[in-house]
Ligand binder design. Structure first.
Ligand SMILES: Cc1cc2nc3c(=O)[nH]c(=O)nc-3n(C[C@H](O)[C@H](O)[C@H](O)COP(=O)(O)OP(=O)(O)OC[C@H]3O[C@@H](n4cnc5c(N)ncnc54)[C@H](O)[C@@H]3O)c2cc1C
Length: 152
């Protein structure tokens, strides 16, 4: 019997999960109430935090701004891998703002240094467009099946 992997939600998290599974050569179903283009992820405007110089202070700032309620392991994972996620998105064609040859960054939320990278004021939309394009490539290969307008 073939095992079936089902992902619920087709925003930035669901699309990234589907891509990881498809890249491993597995088939998955991507189930969502709305089409990806309608997910909240498209609305993110400010940018994404990623520290290319000091992941420790990124971790500390994130814990502090979350009033130390966030899961420590998850925040560690997120802050450690944020820079490689930005490179992954850049490789997919997300047009992050550049400052010469470096990524431009600004300060957002309660963070102590500038570490928010952004694509104008449409960061979420730019990321979602790139991820949807990539998911379509794997959809064409039969590895991802999208099921919008379905509720779990
Ligand atoms: C206005 C706004 C601005 C923001 N700005 C920023 C920012 O600058 N930087 C930042 O880092 N974050 C920002 N955020 C937060 C960020 O957008 C979210 O944290 C992120 O997009 C969440 O992604 P997600 O994939 O988990 O969820 P979503 O993008 O919300 O996707 C959820 C998916 O689940 C599906 N779904 C929900 N319920 C069901 C169900 N019962 N059955 C099946 N499918 C279901 C939905 O259809 C959707 O596809 C902002 C959010 C908003 C609203």
């Amino acid at each position: 019997m073939r095992k079936e992997i089902i992902i619920v939600g087709a925003g930035v998290a669901g699309l990234c999960a589907a891509l990881e599974i498809a890249k491993a050569g597995e088939h998955c179903l991507l189930v969502s109430t709305n089409q990806s283009e309608r997910a909240q992820s498209n609305l993110a405007a400010g940018g994404i935090n990623a520290d290319f110089n000091n992941v420790t202070t990124h971790y500390e700032d994130t814990m502090k701004t979350g009033a130390y309620l966030a899961n420590e392991e998850s925040v560690k994972e997120l802050t450690t891998h944020a820079p490689e996620m930005i490179h992954f998105l850049q490789d997919l064609g997300v047009p992050f703002q550049m400052d010469g040859t470096q990524l431009a960054s600004r300060k957002m939320g309660g963070h102590s240094v500038s570490r928010t990278v952004f694509a104008g004021s449409i960061t979420g939309k730019a990321i979602m467009s790139a991820l949807i394009d990539e998911v379509r490539r794997y959809e064409a290969k039969g590895l991802i099946e999208r099921l919008p307008h379905h509720c779990f």
